[in-house]
Design a protein around this ligand. Structure first.
Ligand code: GLN
Length: 496
């Protein structure tokens, strides 16, 4: 049994643990050993075997009572953007090196309450700003060097970002599941690039409390795992109202998504926006997406041609609004309350300046400058306000589309994962690759990625499914039915 534990997903492990075929300690140790054996992937930025094994022992005690919660003893790992009491939290930044939170993020706490055991913290782009995990500024476990996480399907390629470490950990079977956050695609895109399944719920569904803030009107947490079924189990545990702690939390009870996984797809109308399959999409990606849509038709769904006419505008709109919010959110990192503080300074202003110059990486500084610019007097109307107006129009376009279809489908990204360093010093190349994930983020809609095959360079391709508000159950059902009929989601990289 033990030798194969990493082959079981969340559902399989939960069952084996509940039946006491395997203990939580044994399970945790198995994954800790795998993490230790794979330092070159750079997935983890913090592990602490003592902490993990103590949590596992507590889970075993709970299981022994016969009243254990759903995820008792299931190991998971958290993107290092969620604050945790038991592990340090860096948000991928030098600014927070050595920081330890006095409380757990709500998402972390809810998963712990459901019995999950934490394996450690996962590499991510600094403050979740990035599409490749190359903006990480803290060292990975097993070395002192700062290295981006690597795609286990081809270690010369990026895993995607910003939840790159999360996708790598799941794809390489270093963890059965992981948390991620998605501001403009950071769950869906790395899931797609690494061949795993991930879902970002409707904005407000998962609490943002204890998630280091990037762009608060967009940030959402969600699970990444091998299958839609596993994601359903985790999403049911981590969602739900948190009204006292998050002012944008939605007052709607959590749902049991695992219970609604077997609905028929007969007559399901899948809208395919023509803007999502234009010239910029790599042929291999297009072929995999087309084949997936054909599979859906076999399962009873109907393909409907739709339009999301402002898709291209989502890039400038997002990169104005996300930067504006980031510039405000990151003002708290001033060397006073927490995190890094410069050693030598003349006076208070100098301390602020030096602290921020030393603590933040290039991409973060770039966004703070853009954000400050678009919010400043004289430019606010021309950029920020204009972007807010177009954001509303993008959301309206979706509502028009949902009059014609039940779900929207298309690629997650125009290409497969690119080579490390391929985009060089050109941040805009990264920004452009977000074109298909940004619209749902701006509209606050739920979206997911599920593996549907391989494209250029034999790299994984994800299908993006977007639902209307609160359609998480419908999304997960559609993904689950696809996964029952295909086996893309159970493929693993060579040697894993
Ligand atoms: N790639 C986008 C960015 O860099 C999205 C990141 C995210 O979703 N956290 O902002």
């Amino acid at each position: 049994m033990s030798a194969d534990l990493h082959q079981l997903g969340v559902a399989g492990l939960a069952k084996a643990l509940a039946a006491r075929e395997v203990s939580a300690v044994e399970t945790a140790q198995h994954f800790l050993d795998r993490i230790q054996a794979q330092p070159a992937l750079g997935a983890f930025v913090a592990v602490d075997a003592d902490v993990t094994l103590a949590q596992a022992r507590a889970a075993d005690a709970l299981i022994a009572t016969g009243h254990a919660p759903a995820l008792a003893g299931v190991p998971i790992a958290h993107k290092d953007i969620f604050v945790t009491t038991d592990f340090p939290t860096t948000a991928g930044s030098r600014m927070l090196a050595g920081y330890r939170s006095p409380f757990n993020a709500t998402v972390v706490q809810r998963l712990a309450d459901a019995g999950a055991v934490t394996l450690g913290k996962l590499s991510c782009d600094e403050f979740a700003m990035g599409s490749a995990n190359e903006n990480v500024a803290v060292p990975a476990v097993g070395g002192d060097a700062v290295v981006p996480a690597r795609n286990p399907w081809d270690t010369s390629r990026i895993p995607g970002g910003s939840s790159g470490g999360s996708a790598v950990a799941v794809a390489a079977r270093l963890a059965p599941a992981a948390t991620g956050t998605d501001t403009g695609g950071s769950i869906r895109q790395p899931a797609s690039f690494c061949g795993v399944t991930g879902i970002k719920p409707t904005y407000g569904r998962a609490s943002r409390y204890g998630m280091v803030a990037f762009a608060s009107s967009l940030d959402q947490a969600g699970p990444m795992a091998r299958s839609a079924e596993d994601c359903a189990l985790l999403l049911s545990a981590l969602c739900g109202p948190d009204l006292d702690r998050d002012s944008t939390s939605i007052d709607r009870p959590a749902e049991d998504y695992a219970r609604t996984l077997n609905g028929s797809l007969d007559g399901l109308r899948i809208g395919v926006p023509k803007e999502f399959l234009g010239d910029g999409v790599a042929p291999g990606v297009r072929a995999a997406v087309d084949a997936a849509l054909a599979e859906y038709e076999k399962l009873g769904a109907k393909r409907v041609a739709i339009t999301l006419p402002r898709t291209e505008l989502s890039i400038p709109v997002y990169y104005i609004l996300a930067a504006a919010e980031a510039s405000s959110n990151l003002s708290r990192f001033d060397g006073v309350k927490f995190g890094h503080r410069a050693k030598d300074y003349k006076d208070l202003a100098d301390m602020y300046g030096r602290t921020r110059a030393e603590g933040f990486g290039d991409e973060v500084k770039r966004r703070i400058m853009i954000g400050t610019y678009v919010l400043s007097h004289g430019y606010y109307d021309a950029y920020y306000l204009q972007a807010q107006k177009v954001r509303r129009m993008i959301a309206d376009d979706f509502q028009q589309a949902f009059a014609q279809c039940d779900l929207i489908a298309g690629p997650v990204a125009p290409t497969v994962a690119w080579k490390l360093g391929e985009h060089g010093d050109d941040p805009v190349a990264d920004y452009l690759a977000d074109i298909f994930t940004l619209p749902a983020s701006l509209a606050g809609l739920p979206g997911m990625s599920l593996p549907v095959g391989f494209g250029e360079h034999a790299m994984p391709v994800g299908l993006q499914l977007i639902g209307n508000y609160f359609a998480e159950a419908r999304l997960l059902n559609a993904a689950h039915r696809f996964q029952q009929a295909t086996d893309w989601h159970s493929r693993a990289p060579q040697g894993i």
